[in-house]
Design a protein around this ligand. Sequence first.
Ligand code: ATP
Length: 196
Amino acid sequence: MLKIGITGGIGSGKTTICRVFETLGIPVFYADVVAKQIMVKDEILIKGIKETFGQVSYLADGILNSKHIAGIVFNDAIALEKLNALVHPAVFRAFDQWVASVPTGCPYVLKEAALLFESGSYKMCDLNILVTSPLEMKKSRVMARDSITEAQVQARIDKQFTDEQKLLLADFIIKNDESSSIILQVVDLHAQFINR
Ligand code: ATP
């Protein structure tokens, strides 16, 4: 089955666009949502996190001690790399399991991930889509959606590849600038994917 990655900077609208693909019957794997779920489900991951960041990483009832983990990785790039090295393979495992559960008649699936290119997981997809939006638009959308300041949005943007870096790795682009129709762009890509 054709696996298509979809990514874009924070607030670019990748989740919104995935919802349009879903209306066409295309299953979407939301990697960032799954990553949060498996932190308390995937036994290999839980063991790795406890070994790397201490038993205190989980509270008595198995709840992730996110405050503890965030406190370690927030300003420590090496610790963040270690966490990613544990989480990313676990998300890959979850994705493979999920793909195996998709009905065989389905023409393709989408994997939505904020760090598709940064994590290297785009290499496991057959094709990759980049959603682009003007910087100021992305910032104002996220500030409105998450009630955060411009500086907080910028701090998140700084942790991601720039669109220029991502463009080099993308096979397709969806322009979400609120003047180009995202529905028409999705329908056009959908037709290309089902005809491959
Ligand atoms: P993140 O990386 O933060 O998860 P995202 O790329 O998935 O963001 P969305 O959550 O889809 O982005 O969109 C961010 C916000 O912008 C949402 O509130 C969404 O409703 C709004 N938005 C996205 N695209 C459009 C659009 N074309 N017109 C109006 N609002 C939009």
